[in-house]
Design a protein around this ligand. Structure first.
Ligand code: UD1
Ligand code: UDP
Length: 387
């Protein structure tokens, strides 16, 4: 088996968490075969959006941090492309591994594919069919720059076939003859690995927040469609607060910095009020182990996050999705996640129906067997063996 050098590109919070599944599998089973080099674009940079995950999830320190930071899409993505290109020319890796759909993903895909380094995309094929989302453009362009594409769900795999990717392609794989795989989801690997650890390491976390098990609702909001429209954003908070008051249940909200910036700069006096609402607890972003505890012990989740939607399923919690559409369509078909856009009436209906639910919901195993990272690494090695 040839030894390969793999560049792992991360930048946003969920990518750092996802990379931990791959880093762990390399450390445990493939350290003789794979040298991993981590490149952090610096898209997320606050301690609680970045460093905390490297420390807590035992990921190697990034070999390169491009320090790009926040900016408009074009500037941010172009700075990342420039920085990644320099690293690729210096390191000359065998392949470049990308996660998800952020600007860091797109920058990695463009820089690597134009230099003819094979791109490997984890979370390939997800589609919202809404090209006004920056993430949808990032997904499509990253997938079409890739050589190996790992689709986490049946729906994602079918989407790739719908765009002309052919499962029957045979080696050698290239950008013009790519290989698509149906895998599970590496975030399910992480949940299985870290859930027990979270209970052990964070024994007093819920008490510190004065939260009683099964008696609070976890809320996260960060999508641009929600944060950039302040009328919509305010309406979401007002609606949720009214419902929480009616049911006398706490809303705990670890808010993304994007949402805090929107509240502080564009809804200042409402933000001051919000901090005094009896049923609302706004807290800074939490660590992944803390997030797992919040998810595992809540009554229900309300979110616009992709990752948190799936984690609601891993922890068997009903989920209200503050979006018009989702890439994780199996959750909606299963009836355990409900799309409500930001419509107060729809939020209210789904909130009450989940709160008053008396029969158990079913949570089938949509996301693999918890060994997806190993499967992916094995296939990557096979590609080089066959060359
Ligand atoms: C990005 C991804 C989104 C993903 C999310 C995960 C894109 C286009 N979007 O959105 O798909 O769901 O990450 O969290 O790549 N900020 C800070 N500190 C930080 C990071 C961000 O204050 O450490 C603030 C800045 O005001 C910044 C804003 O958040 O302008 C948005 O950050 P950005 O990385 O551009 O996009 P996200 O909304 O985080
Ligand atoms: N997460 C976290 N702390 C938080 C909020 C989220 O560790 O305060 C984790 C969450 O458990 C999930 C991932 O971050 O694994 C989701 O990231 P995010 O919601 O930022 O982005 P998305 O998944 O929508 O791209």
């Amino acid at each position: 088996m040839p030894h390969i050098k793999l560049i792992n590109i991360v930048g946003a919070r969920p990518q750092i968490i996802k990379a931990s599944a791959i880093s762990r599998a390399i450390r445990e089973n493939y350290s003789k075969d794979i040298t991993e080099i981590i490149v952090h674009t610096g898209q997320h940079y606050d301690k609680e959006m970045s460093q905390i995950f490297f420390d807590e999830l035992e990921i190697n320190k990034p070999h390169y941090n491009l320090g790009v930071g926040s900016a408009r899409h074009g500037r941010q993505t172009s700075l990342m492309i420039t920085g990644i290109e320099d690293v690729l020319l210096k390191e000359k890796p065998d392949c470049v591994l990308l996660y998800g759909d952020t600007n860091s993903t797109l920058a990695g895909a463009l820089a690597a594919s134009k230099l003819h380094f094979p791109v490997i995309h984890i979370e390939a094929g997800l589609r919202s069919f809404n090209k006004t989302m920056p993430e949808e453009l990032n997904r499509i362009m990253s997938d079409h720059s890739s050589t190996l594409l790992f689709a986490p769900t049946n729906a994602a795999f079918k989407n790739l076939m719908g765009e002309g990717f052919r499962p029957e392609n045979s080696p050698p794989y290239t950008i013009d003859n790519p290989k698509i795989y149906l895998t599970g989801d590496i975030m399910y690997d992480n949940t299985l690995f870290f859930a027990g650890l979270a209970e052990k390491k964070k024994t007093t976390f819920l008490e510190q927040l004065s939260l009683a098990r099964n008696n609070y609702i976890l809320v996260t909001i960060h999508r641009d469609t929600n944060t950039d429209d302040i009328v919509r954003l305010k309406e979401i908070f007002v609606t949720l607060n009214t419902l929480a008051e009616e049911k006398d249940i706490m809303l705990v909200m670890p808010l993304h910095p994007r949402t805090i910036v929107a509240l502080k700069t564009r809804l200042k006096s409402f933000y001051d009020e919000l901090n005094h609402f009896k049923h609302v607890k706004i807290i800074p972003p939490v660590s992944y182990l803390e997030m797992i505890l919040l998810e595992k012990n809540c009554r229900m989740i309300v979110t616009d996050s992709g990752g948190v939607q799936k984690e609601s399923h891993f922890f068997k919690k009903p989920c209200i999705v503050l979006r018009k559409e989702t890439e994780w369509i199996e959750l909606v078909k299963n009836g355990t996640a409900k799309l409500v856009d930001a419509d107060p009436d729809r939020i209210r209906n789904e909130f009450f129906s989940f709160m008053d639910l008396h029969s158990d919901l079913e949570y089938p195993a949509f996301y693999g067997d918890g060994k997806t990272a190993e499967f992916i690494l094995n296939e990557i090695l096979l590609m080089f063996e066959k060359e």
